[in-house]
Design a protein around this ligand. Sequence first.
Ligand code: ATR
Length: 349
Amino acid sequence: MIAVPTLGGLGEKDQSKIDNSIRTVMGNIKKRTLGSGKHAIQVTALGLGCMGMSWHRTFIPDRQPMIALIRKAYDMGVNFFDTAEAYGPWRNEELVGEAIQSFRKNIILCSKFGFNIQNGQLSGLNSSPTHIREVVEQSLKRLKTDYIDLLYQHRIDPNVPIEDVAGTVKDLIKEGKVLHFGLSEADPANIRKAHAVQPVTALQTEYSIISRDAERDILDTCEQLGIGFVAYSPIARALLSGYINPLTKFDPDNDNRDTLPRYTPEAITANWPFIEAIQDFGNSRGLTATQVSLAWLLAQKPWIVPIPGTTKQAHLQENLWAIDYEFTPDELKVFTDTIGKIRIVGARN
Ligand code: ATR
């Protein structure tokens, strides 16, 4: 057990009272359904993206506090946890696997396959059936479990027909090693082909108030097919929180934001009016910019579930409170129109 620092002046008993009341308030987090019929899962309206606890961010915290944070998220009512073989690689699955042991059966655990990994680095796509099977066996070991609730193909592999990928996952489902099938950043044609072989429960794709590509045709495809949508990077990798600014340094070796056009100092400066418009909306309602951004996503469709990443309990709590904010239809329209008029600089990837 690590010692949890108490708030100034509070003893351990007071801290535990606070933890209990958070549990009471948060224990009944609203749920959403992803997918249809026997392929549906019930998950909390926000999941926890675990990637940044081990990978692609400038400050990777120590392991033990991250294990404690995942457990705290569960205590607060979260039941939807996202990882991938690629995150680390491997380290993130190992971390999540250790953290969830005591409540594994009560959660929806998601992971992903789809890359070759050599010398600890990703080295190209690989969704060949043999490779998928190998990865799943290894993921199960790292996650210390005998099934993965939702297994995503991480990226479409142009060298492997999507029907073969879906067929392999279908077999893994028959064998009980996987319960449900997901895709990530897939286009409508591939979603349809995959869904015809093995119904897809959820598509995981980047979507946030500042990255709205999914609105072009992806959300319609999901709606038509009854596929749930999991929004990754819903805070645009912290940009929407207002916590990063043109002086923020990203580690060039470890933080993918260092290579993304939207995170150059120039783009951050140019996009600042967008962040301010979100802050203005939140200020008069007692919401942070992050909460506005998450509530806005939740307001788009009842089958969208954002998975914000965080390494801090205070942020986790703040984010979960966003679930309770409901836009009125007028408010949503006016706010969306207002921010829709602001030109965004820098591509998302
Ligand atoms: P990803 O999971 O791809 O990193 P994201 O969920 O859009 O993308 O954003 C995660 C980032 O937002 C993290 O850097 C996280 O930083 P902390 O670990 O410091 O929390 C940041 N973030 C998450 N919630 C936040 C909040 N409530 N306020 C400020 N930053 C937040």
